[in-house]
Design a protein around this ligand. Structure first.
Ligand code: SAM
Ligand code: SF4
Ligand code: SF4
Length: 369
């Protein structure tokens, strides 16, 4: 029998090489990569489009009217996404997060959520099914998302100050509408809502305390994310990164905090609790304190490429397998091969000299956070 291969696309040259063998493999739910890390989380990007132009993610100068987004025929259909997700789940994934671009721009997203909500882990558990959104359409969609079976949402919000927020989303979107979206999510039972704030030094670090005060005691879990050198278009510089340690110090001085244990191994956020009982915050220190050693995340792009790291420059074309008539067992074999070969640990290897242009990387809006 001739060996079959799965193609791999190099982002720099756009060349596609047939390098991954496809052999049928029965999933055991116990896949580990070359550093012993299991496959537990799957992030699925459902669109590469967005109605915001956040300065650290989709700067207007790059993502302008001439930018070429993926044509509709390149997108995985809901059936294709669900089929791939079921293979991931059979290999051990029990958390699925929908992202983008802005996932709520994908038409009928609640249909996909309902399809994914039907999947069960090999031991019969429902998935933890979440979504990250900029919140702009949440007021309108929260109830439908909940009804479809979504477990929780994370909402990105970088400032409470309207002028700063409008400057950061760069499409003049008002902060009040995102706050209304957060309230709607809580009202319909999509809580506890996590709010993600990317801190860019010199731009919104003055908003750390106002944000902490606003969400203190509210039940919302505010998480501060270090500005990362994802993609090749945001002009990232190390001196614009606000280290999480400084964020914690600033809040602790005003409202004392203590560290608390992670909810599970591999949790990206380090957790802190207010001593006065006002709830908790999280810090995600991808730059200053890499957490690659526990990274159990795989990412599936809108067009069906598998990325084993946020900073990968190569995706593996699973859509080619789907559309090439391969069986679930063959796709399962390709996934097992790819995950077992995984050795990514970009953040651990990153140095302060990292240049945004040093190597071709995928954009955050293409692969999701
Ligand atoms: N559009 C949705 C949103 O904004 O929530 C989902 C996709 S967005 C790419 C996912 C997350 O990545 C957001 O929380 C966003 O703030 C974060 N993000 C984007 N660019 C980033 C960067 N350069 N550094 C750190 N986080 C970033
Ligand atoms: Fe859009 Fe999210 Fe990127 Fe902002 S962070 S531009 S909302 S994809
Ligand atoms: Fe995981 Fe790659 Fe991020 Fe390290 S750099 S935590 S391997 S996604």
């Amino acid at each position: 029998m001739t060996e079959k291969f799965i193609p791999v696309t190099d982002l720099r040259t756009r060349a596609t090489k047939p390098v991954i063998p496809v052999r049928p493999v029965a999933p055991s739910g116990l896949l580990a990569d070359s550093l012993g890390r299991p496959l537990r989380d799957l992030r699925i990007s459902v669109t590469d489009r967005c109605n915001f132009r956040c300065v650290y993610c989709m700067p207007k100068e790059v993502f302008d009217k001439d930018y070429r987004y993926l044509p509709h025929t390149d997108l995985l259909s809901f059936e294709e996404i669900t089929r791939l997700a079921s293979v991931f789940v059979a290999h051990g994934v029990d958390k699925v997060r929908l992202t983008g671009g802005e996932p709520l721009l994908r038409k009928n997203l609640e249909k996909l959520i309902a399809m994914l909500a039907e999947l069960k882990t090999p031991d019969g558990r429902a998935l933890d099914l979440t979504l990250t959104t900029n919140g702009s359409l949440l007021t309108k969609k929260a109830q439908a998302l909940k009804d479809a079976g979504l477990t929780r949402v994370s909402v990105s919000l970088d400032s409470l100050d309207d002028a700063t927020f409008r400057r950061m989303n760069d499409v003049d979107f008002p902060v009040t509408d995102v706050l209304a979206g957060i309230e709607a999510a809580e009202r319909v039972g999509l809580g506890p809502v996590k709010v993600n704030m990317v801190v860019k030094k010199g731009m919104n670090d003055g908003e750390i305390l106002p944000m902490a005060r606003h969400f203190h005691g509210s039940g919302v879990i505010l998480r501060f994310i270090e500005y990362m050198d994802v993609g090749a278009s945001n002009g990232w510089k190390m001196d614009e990164v606000m280290p999480s340690a400084d964020v914690v110090k600033r809040i602790d001085e005003a409202m004392p905090l203590e560290a608390i244990a992670p909810n599970y191994t591999g949790e990206t956020a380090e957790r802190w609790r207010y001593l006065d009982g006002g709830g908790e915050i999280g810090v995600i220190s991808s730059v200053t304190q890499a957490f690659c050693q526990d990274c159990t995340r795989a990412r599936l792009s809108t067009e069906g490429k598998l990325y084993t790291c946020l900073f990968a420059s190569q995706g593996h074309d699973l859509r080619a397998l789907l559309r090439g008539g391969h069986s679930d067992e063959e796709i399962s074999g390709a996934l097992a091969h790819l995950w077992q070969a995984r050795s990514d640990r970009y953040s651990e290897l990153r140095t302060s000299q990292t240049e945004a242009t040093a190597r071709r990387k995928i954009e955050m809006s293409y692969i999701g956070g």
